[in-house]
Design a protein around this ligand. Structure first.
Ligand SMILES: [Zn+2]
Length: 195
């Protein structure tokens, strides 16, 4: 059913239905999960293509599987390189616990530690370079199972952020949250963080 609606959306757009389609567009918005923007992307794909493909299924970088477009890939690699050069011991740990990095449109970022996967919102990718590194540190830490709590993820941003010389603003809130919201301190870190 969803596919049929997608096809209907594609047809409407392909046929260049404009003013007369106002009602149809409204109808489409009401009934379909496919947005007009999705549909525009879909029409660029060859007939019969099931999924939108603006990039290869995934990029491989130093063992990480990165999906998304070339912009996402480049920004993530930039972040990874910075983490590698500033905190090499942490980087090797991340390589062990994180295998896949997905983009998440205009939505937020999160981690699925059971799948060694982080999902990064595009707003974070377009933020300042320091902002993106902060988000990466946070979501990566969630994947380090023995020490992946919310408190630890916030703590990690401040802890590694200092070594990575992140802007103080990028570290400030995570530091406050770790301490005041999650009651997480360096003691918890020393106890739980795997070597
Ligand atoms: Zn979190």
């Amino acid at each position: 059913m969803r596919k049929m609606k997608a096809i209907a959306a594609i047809l409407l757009l392909t046929l260049g239905v404009t003013s007369a389609s106002a009602d149809l567009r409204t109808e489409l918005k009401k009934t379909s999960n496919v947005t007009l923007r999705d549909a525009r992307l879909l029409v660029r794909q060859p007939y019969g293509t099931e999924n939108v493909k603006a990039a290869p299924d995934f990029w491989l970088y130093d063992g990480f599987r990165i999906t998304g477009d070339i912009f996402f890939y480049k920004m993530i690699v930039k972040g990874l390189k910075r983490i590698e050069s500033g905190t090499p011991e942490y980087y090797s740990k991340v390589k062990k616990w994180v295998h896949t990095i997905h983009p998440n449109g205009e939505r937020g970022s999160y981690a699925i530690f059971t799948h060694k996967t982080v999902v990064i919102g595009m707003a974070s990718v377009r933020a300042t370079p320091d902002g993106l590194v902060a988000i990466l540190l946070h979501e990566f830490q969630h994947c380090i199972k023995p020490n992946g709590s919310e408190g630890a993820a916030c703590f990690a941003v401040d802890f590694y952020g200092e070594k990575l010389k992140l802007h103080p603003i990028a570290r400030m809130w995570p530091r406050i949250w770790a301490k005041d919201k999650y009651n997480y301190t360096i003691k918890d870190w020393s106890k739980l963080e795997p070597k």
